[in-house]
Design a protein around this ligand. Structure first.
Ligand SMILES: NC(=O)c1ccc[n+]([C@@H]2O[C@H](COP(=O)([O-])OP(=O)(O)OC[C@H]3O[C@@H](n4cnc5c(N)ncnc54)[C@H](O)[C@@H]3O)[C@@H](O)[C@H]2O)c1
Length: 383
């Protein structure tokens, strides 16, 4: 079978997402499977060209995985004639400049979210990519998670009847870094470095709500910096200047109300680190990353409020598990496969830079809503 090599410049591969999810679990996993089979019979062989700031770390990482192509010069990587795709998983503020350079070099673009630090920047990137005629995409991994795929299946099958509301609960306790190491990078807690839970999570909520329930039409957000002092990777104390918890209310088309809490300062009393409950006239569902449970209208027990008696019903046992009915792969890899196929064959790909810009738009409006203490409309972005 013909093997087509496609060079992928991967910037930010020493980071959490760039390394684990994109390099190891996606690109290297595809190679371990023998490459990506294309509908036309060819096999696509992604060839990573690693880019980063630290020579030693890059060399060590490349050697660990038997890779030979790496450089600390983005310019050099973009000049590689085999490089067709530029992928960015750098810290958010570094993204725009690198993506611009890659578009100017004629590369197809695939990037982590948020696609830029501001809506203006995100729209400029979308326009530049369109004018250059390059394929482009933004990571929207949550859509490819088993739990949310099951939720989508329920929506498509008409399970809910009329959807009334969505309740989302995302978060976990991120250690302050003093007596136990923090499990997230310190830049996440500094506004001046692109941190903040709104900028991090609202881009996800935008595509989850838009794609699975209904388009977002307004936002009201209240946020806080609950833990104002943290310790960085070197144990040095710093002032947290970004929001570490956000409490959002979103109005969706058709009057659906979505409330989503996003927090790095909450202890988990849930089955999964993120859970969404959708209530509809015909039934309800609770979905996490992997699992999804439902309760149909006909199986809804009649709960009666009586604080004088202890609860006798096991409410959670009254839900039914939604079966997998299919194999689920890694969510990041699933989207990579679609993007690579899009570049190689021109197949449709619905998660482009303009879709990514919608996420940045919601984050920007969420931050403004918090500052101004009021609900804001979310205008349509022109394609
Ligand atoms: N899709 C998701 O679920 C998801 C989850 C977490 C993070 N992200 C996104 O991925 C990106 C990377 O996040 P991460 O958690 O992997 O961060 P990280 O700190 O672990 O990694 C950041 C990477 O950027 C590089 N970098 C480039 N310029 C830098 C600079 N000036 N300062 C510091 N590092 C610099 C680092 O070397 C490193 O490789 C962010 O844009 C973030 O929003 C996405």
């Amino acid at each position: 079978m013909a093997r087509t090599v496609i060079g992928v410049v991967m910037n930010g591969v020493t980071g959490r997402m760039g390394y684990r999810q994109h390099l190891v679990r996606s690109i290297l996993a595809l190679r371990a499977e023998g490459g990506l089979p294309l509908p036309d019979g060819r096999t696509l062989w992604p060839e990573p060209i690693l880019v980063g700031r630290g020579e030693d770390r890059l060399r060590e990482l490349a050697e660990r995985h038997g890779l030979s192509r790496w450089t600390t010069s983005l310019e050099e990587a973009l000049a590689d004639p085999e490089a067709q795709i530029y992928f960015d998983a750098q810290v958010t503020p570094a993204r725009e400049k690198a993506v611009r350079a890659a578009i100017a070099a004629g590369k197809h673009i695939y990037t982590e979210k948020p696609s830029a630090h501001s809506l203006t920047g995100a729209l400029e990137l979308a326009g530049l990519a369109r004018d250059a005629g390059v394929c482009n995409g933004v990571v929207q991994d949550k859509l490819f998670l088993p739990g949310l795929l099951k939720l989508r299946r329920l929506v498509d099958g008409g399970f809910f009847g009329r959807i009334l509301s969505v309740r989302g609960e995302f978060g976990y306790w991120v250690f302050e870094g003093d007596w136990q190491d923090a499990q997230r990078p310190s830049w996440n807690y500094r506004g001046e470095d692109g941190g903040g839970v709104i900028l991090d999570m609202f881009p996800h909520w935008r595509y989850v709500l838009d794609r699975i329930v209904a388009p977002v039409r307004s936002v009201y957000a209240h946020a806080a910096t609950h833990v104002p002092r943290r310790h960085d990777e070197n144990g040095r104390p710093y002032r947290a200047t970004a929001d570490d918890a956000a409490y959002g209310v979103f109005e969706l088309e058709g009057g659906v109300v979505a409330q989503i809490n996003s927090s790095w300062t909450v202890r988990v009393d849930r089955d999964e680190l993120v859970e969404f409950q959708i209530d509809g006239t015909e039934g309800s569902a609770v979905a996490g990353l992997r699992e999804c449970r439902i309760q149909h209208r006909a199986a809804t027990p009649k709960a009666v409020w009586n604080p004088d008696l202890p609860a006798t019903e096991d409410f959670r046992a009254q839900w039914q598990r939604v079966p997998d009915n299919q194999e689920f792969g890694n969510a990041f890899k699933a989207q990579w496969e679609l993007f690579l196929t899009h570049v190689a064959t021109g197949s449709p790909f619905g998660w482009d830079l303009l879709e990514g810009a919608k996420g940045v738009q919601l984050a920007e409006l969420g931050l403004r809503s918090w500052r101004e203490g009021r609900r804001l409309d979310v205008p349509e972005l022109e394609r």
